[in-house]
Design a protein around this ligand. Sequence first.
Ligand code: ATP
Length: 241
Amino acid sequence: MLLEVKDINTYYGNIHALKDVSLHVDNGEIVAVIGANGAGKTTLLNTISGVLHSRTGEIVFEGRPITKLSPDKVVHLGISQVPERRQVFSTLDVLDNLLLGAYLRHGREPKEEIQKDMDFVFEIFPILKDRQKQMGGTLSGGEQQMLALGRGLMAKPQLLLLDEPSLGLAPLLVREIFRVAGELREHGTTILLVEQNARAALRLADRGYVMETGNVVLEDTSKELLGDERVQEAYLGGSGS
Ligand code: ATP
């Protein structure tokens, strides 16, 4: 097991945002967490990455407790988060945005290794190769999403946390992002994916968890969840659609 989240409770002041949440991610899997606005999905990712800390419960990564670690320590251990709403550096060009993603590797790994990953990012997102010298802030929303994902990959993480990668994207681009995520799995990257677009997420993922108001209410293989009446009614726009 790569990541295990055990009974975590996270609060914002008095607001109990995660209630005894447990889940796990195995090596090489894509796991989806679906749920409506405010269900706690982003809070979950932020608690894993150390941006927030749970009051109780435990998070274990590769057998090691990370519950109380700061975000930079968590990144060092091999967890990279691609936050909701992109957050690319608007006054840096595409190339520098990508190189920043690899900042922990500079000086520790041969340049060729970093270049290899850059080539891979350019291969999966050719538009970024064409726009290397363009400022991050002038890219379209979809291009920024690709850049944010590319930057996450440049950290060469063992676990990639993706927060709503489809947010605000046109259907074609959503398909593109999910295609890339599937390709990443084939290259051995493990992904925990948070999405409101339940159908796209479950079609891609191996397994899924459904969150409602801070609780995990369902967990199963994606196939089972896609066929589940409750999931269909609440998240897939009704049965059979
Ligand atoms: P969305 O898809 O809309 O981002 P989500 O499932 O990611 O939703 P969270 O952002 O994790 O949901 O929010 C979970 C709950 O915690 C919500 O009720 C939200 O209002 C609350 N919350 C989130 N951030 C804060 C904050 N900084 N202060 C207080 N409450 C917060």
